[in-house]
Every structure is written in C-alpha cells, then in structure tokens.
Write a protein that binds this ligand. Structure first.
Ligand code: ADP
Length: 624
C-alpha cells in the first residue's frame, strides 16, 4: 500500500524534484553525511553496549555506479533503520523544521529554512526519479525496503537483508537538454565530488575504479579510497581554504549562510586540543528559545564521542558552533562524568578566552561585522552579565554596544567615556521602544541640549543589565527619567526648591486626586518646552515596571512614580491660579489630564480613556 508524505515533506519534496538548487551535486555530500552519521551512531552505541562487537576498522561507506541500470548506490554498514525509523525519518522532515515550513510560502524563506536543517536525504530527488532504501537496523531482525518515486508517496516492504546498515539506490532522472544526469555515473566525477565535499569524513569512502592495466591490456577493477580521511581540523592550516571550512560548517551545522568568523586553534599543554569554532552570521531561528541546545562536538583522537558537549561553552557564548578534538579526553567519557572532568574544564576555560579575544579583535578591526554579530547575539552577552549578577561584568562589558543619542549609531561604553564632557560625571541613558520614541521623550530634550550624550536603550534587558553593572569606569549610570537627574545650577536649584515649597499645598491637593497612582507631584526644570513627565525614584523605572509586569506570575510591581510639571511652562501658572481661586473642580480635571498625558508619553496605557477624552473635549468646547 502506498503511503503519502506529510504535507510539509511533500512541499520540500516538490521543491527538490523541481530542483531549486543550482548545485544538484550536493546530494552526494548529504547521503555520505548520513552514512557517516550512521557509522558514528553505531560506534557510539558500541561504546556503552558491550554486546555489540564493532571493529572501528570495518566501518566504511561504499559507492557503486551502474551505467546500464543508471543507478548510484551509497552503502554503509552503520546503525541502520528499522521499519518505524524508515517511516519516520524518510517520510517526514525534522519536526521543528516542518512547523516553520508550514507557515511560509515564500521560496527564498523556504531555502533559508532548509539551510538551517539541511535538506538531507530529500536532496537525492534532485537527481533521481526513484529512490530505493534497503536497511537493516541493529535493533531489528528483519530488514526493510523503502521505495519512492517522489510526490506520489512511498512504500515499505520487508526484505532479506542480513547485514546491518543501509543501502540507498538512486535511479537517475532521464537526461534533458540542459542537464546531463549521466555525469554522475562517471567515476571521475564522483571522485571529484567526494574530494570536494566529503574529504574529511573519517570513514573510508570506497569505490571500485577502473584502472588501465599495462600487462593485461585489459581493464581491471580495484577498490580505491576516495577521501583522505583526515579531518579538516587536523589538516595543515595553510592547506585549507576558507571555502572548505565554510562547506564543512554548512554541512555539519546546518547553516546555509557562511560563518561570520572561523576560529581554529591548536593548543599544547596540560591539556592539548585542536578546535575549530564558528561564529554564525545569523542567530538560528530557535536561538532565543528553550529548545536551543548549546554545545560543541567533542572528538577524541578524531573520533566523535559527543555531539553537543555543553560544558565546553559558557551560556553567554552559546552561539558558537564547532568542535574540539583532544587526545587527553577519554573515549569513555559520559554525560555524567563530564561535569567533574578536569580536562573539559581546562579546555572550556581556554576556549572562552579565545572566543573573547576574537570578538574583541572583530570589534576593533571590523566594526561592521561586529555590529552584525551584536545585532544577532548581543542579547546573549547582556544576559551573561545580568544572570551572573554582574560577576561577568568585567569580562563582557566592553563587548556591549549601545545606540548613541548623537549619531544614532552603536558606541561602546569606552567610546562614551572618551566623548564625555569635562565636567560630566555620569553616564546618561534613556529607555523606550525605539530610537525615535526615545528621542521624543520630554526628559531627553534638556539633557541633549546641554550637550550630553545619552545611551538609547531599546532592548527590554538593557536597563536591568545596567542596574546590575551599577557603574562603568567609576562613573555611575543615570536614567534621564530618574528623579535624581539634575542639571540645574545651584541658583536654579534653590529657586526650584522654593517654588515647590510654596506650592506644597496645591500639590498635595492634586495628589489626592490621583491617589496612589503617583508618589508625589512637583515642579521641575528638566523639561525644556514640554509641560509634564513622569520620573521614578528608586530601583524600578517605568520601563522596568512594564517588563516586569509583562512576565508571567509577577505580582503587581510598581515603580515609585513622581509627576513632574515644568515650572517654566504656562500650565504651571494656570494651576497656581486655579489653586488661588480655590477652583477645585477645574484643578482636579487638569490634574487628571496632565497625568494621562504623562503616561501616554511614556508609552503607558491609561485606565480611563473615556473620561479623559470627555474632559479634553469639554475644555475645547469652551475655548473662545
Ligand atoms: P538529517 O540528516 O538532517 O537528520 P535527512 O533527511 O538526511 O536529515 O535524514 C533523516 C534521518 O534519516 C536521519 O536523521 C537519520 O536518522 C536517518 N538516516 C538517513 N540516512 C541514514 C543512513 N544511511 N543510515 C541510518 N539512518 C539514516
């Protein structure tokens, strides 16, 4: 009975059949990768399952070409697939990938998604009209055959395969005017492709090749190993081109975009190791979700012993992909013993230093790349400071970037300090949803006018991180919307104090109108032309209040809010008049409107919009 592919798989399949990729040849790399993974898995399993007798030297991948049948076979003696696995692995694409796939209809985006998961097995449909997979799993007594001619579905039948492993048979498509599929039946082409894409595979990739035999004047066939089997990270540095690293990266780590940075190092010492690390150009789609798993591949003498060793990377560098190969790490290391493993700890420390240095260099020497990096992964660095309660501040703070009020471009804190005015003692910042919105905040205007640079924080994490750091280079951070913010001269200060003192009773009356929505009301000089704003006192700012209350299970967290009214604005004279005339009703209305305005400016909602709207219209109607 024919079974249908799942909807998303069918979509991918259609794309493969109608081949969007110009380089169809990558199918070979994908199938060899799968075969190599299957050998790894078998080897892995044999490390813990003593009943399994696996001799590393017997593990191999074989390619067979048949010009008459027009088939290519890729054969491995790896772990194999049982019936369910054939069904689940070849009938569907990776679950997480398919979710995304369902939503997008755009070709370009689809390619991007594919890039992140690897098209894998399905890419074989770019060159095949029919695919047969014969497989026997080490966990199953029977072998099974999966057959499909593409979109119309697949069948699974029992077969008589006795040895463990998988044989993939590709029936090549008919040649067309544009594409000559027969080229893949040529052993020279295949050899070239293996060298190009799969040279580093650590298992031998064998193929019978024809050799002209001088004596017999006859063609004799003999097995040849097509790949060097030297892993790319073990090759001489000068013999490996960036392109090869890039191909290796996209093959192993499912990212179709070139890595932003390749870091390769060899370390001799208390614990010797080779590492090949990549900083991706783009955050994976699931990077900031809990599904994302950090970690590096761990090899011992060229043998993969763990796929995602998370102990090798600190959380704040979790974006790094790559591998570590060390002779000093035992083959029998397990997840349980990993945590106390001294070697792993040493390697992790040393890698951390390397990654940090690389980022610092990038920041210094290729700013554009670094800014791109920061847009993708900056949040993670900030989180590193926040979640360590500032303990990691010294390590990470100079890698942070903030947008400047002056240029709207990124600056480091170091650069901020260098640009500071002579008498300036404080690092000013302002928070909001976007640069434009922050730029329009009333509290910002005066600070800018006095010539001070302000850091514009648009990421919800930013202010929490700044509060955690407390200061930089002995300069304190100050939110321009903090009540303590003060740019007045001594004389101005005294005048303001006097004015506030004189109007104490009026403010207290107004405060009664607003109840516990505000802690107090006062005049201010911080607003140049704007009538009113909110400032906060203490640890929680208005922005932080928004973030905290958006979190699940949070009790109502309240910033200590002060409503400040511009003493130099006509509205304050008006308020004073009303108070003197004892026009309580009007004073009450105006207070409500002012408070609503202040909230709206901060991007906060108001809970009585109808009332406010009616009040404003009432006043408008009376206007002569
Ligand atoms: P990916 O390799 O990215 O997971 P593929 O579509 O290439 O995606 O393969 C899907 C799954 O099928 C693999 O994850 C693996 O479990 C299984 N598979 C493919 N080829 C083989 C093989 N030669 N031996 C054993 N399992 C295989």
């Amino acid at each position: 009975m024919k079974k249908q592919f799942k909807a998303e798989s069918k979509k991918l399949l259609d794309m493969m059949i109608n081949s969007i990729y110009t380089n169809k040849e990558i199918f070979l790399r994908e199938l060899i990768s799968n075969a190599s993974d299957a050998l790894d898995k078998l080897y892995f399993t044999s490390l813990t399952d003593k009943k399994l007798k696996v001799n590393n030297d017997d593990l191999e991948i074989r390619i067979e070409l048949d010009q008459n049948e027009r088939t290519i076979k890729i054969i491995d003696n790896g772990i194999g697939m049982n019936k369910d696995e054939l069904e689940n692995n070849l009938g569907t694409i990776a679950k997480s990938g398919s979710e995304l796939f369902k939503e997008s209809s755009d070709q370009k985006q689809n390619i991007a998604i594919i890039g992140q998961f690897g098209v894998g097995f399905y890419s074989a449909f770019m060159v095949s009209s029919k695919i047969v997979v014969n497989s026997k799993s080490i966990n199953s007594l029977e072998g099974y055959t999966w057959t499909s001619s593409g979109a119309d579905g697949y069948t699974i039948k029992e077969n008589a395969k006795k040895e463990n492993g998988t044989e993939v048979i590709l029936y090549l498509k008919e040649n067309t005017d544009d594409i000559n599929y027969d080229e893949f039946l040529d052993d020279i082409t295949i050899e070239k492709l293996v060298k190009k894409y799969s040279d580093y595979i650590r298992y031998p990739i064998k193929m019978e090749t024809s050799k002209d035999d001088e004596k017999d004047k006859d063609k004799s066939k003999e097995d040849e190993i097509l790949n060097s089997m030297i892993p790319i990270w073990k090759k001489n540095k000068k013999d490996v081109k960036d392109d090869e690293y890039n191909d290796f990266y996209s093959d192993k780590f499912y990212d179709y975009e070139k890595p932003l940075k390749i870091i390769r190092s060899e370390v001799e010492g208390r614990c010797s190791y080779t590492s090949l690390l990549f900083i991706p150009s783009r955050a994976p789609y699931d990077y900031y979700t809990k599904e994302f798993e950090k970690g590096l591949q761990l090899y011992s003498k060229g043998v993969l012993i763990m796929d995602k060793c998370s102990e090798l990377l600190p959380d704040y560098f979790s974006f790094v992909k790559g591998l570590v190969d060390s002779e000093d790490v035992s083959l029998n290391i397990s997840r349980e013993t990993l945590q106390e493993n001294y070697q792993i700890e040493l390697i992790a420390k040393s890698l951390e230093t390397k990654i940090k240095k690389e980022l610092e260099n990038m920041l210094k020497n290729s700013r554009e790349d670094y800014e791109n990096f920061f847009d993708n992964f900056g949040k993670q660095l900030k989180y590193g400071i926040y979640s360590s309660y500032g303990m990691k501040k010294d390590d990470l703070v100079d890698l942070l970037l903030y947008k400047s009020s002056k240029t709207k471009k990124y600056i480091t804190l170091k650069e901020y300090i260098e640009n500071m005015q002579e008498a300036q003692k404080t690092i000013y910042y302002a928070c909001g949803e976007s640069l434009d919105k922050i730029d329009l905040l009333p509290q910002v205007e005066m600070v800018k006018e006095k010539g001070y640079e302000i850091l514009y924080l648009t990421d919800y994490l930013d202010e929490f991180v700044i509060k955690t750091m407390m200061n930089y280079d002995n300069k304190e951070f100050m939110n321009v919307a903090d009540e303590k913010m003060d740019l007045d001269t001594q004389e101005e200060k005294e005048n303001l104090k006097k004015a506030n003192e004189e109007n104490k009773n009026m403010f207290s009356l107004m405060k009664d109108v607003l109840g516990d929505k505000v802690n107090s009301i006062q005049f201010t000089h911080r607003l140049k032309n704007h009538p009113v704003c909110l400032t906060t006192k203490g640890d929680v700012s208005v922005e932080m209040e928004k973030v905290l209350n958006a979190m699940p299970n949070q009790n109502d967290i309240k910033a200590e809010v002060i409503m400040e009214i511009n003493e130099n604005h006509e509205i304050s004279k008006k308020l004073e008049q009303l108070y003197k005339k004892d026009d309580k009703e009007k004073l009450e209305k105006y207070t409500k409107i002012l408070y609503a305005q202040a909230r709206l400016i901060e991007g906060l909602s108001i809970d009585n919009p109808t009332e406010i709207s009616n009040l404003v219209c009432e006043i408008m109607a009376k206007d002569k």
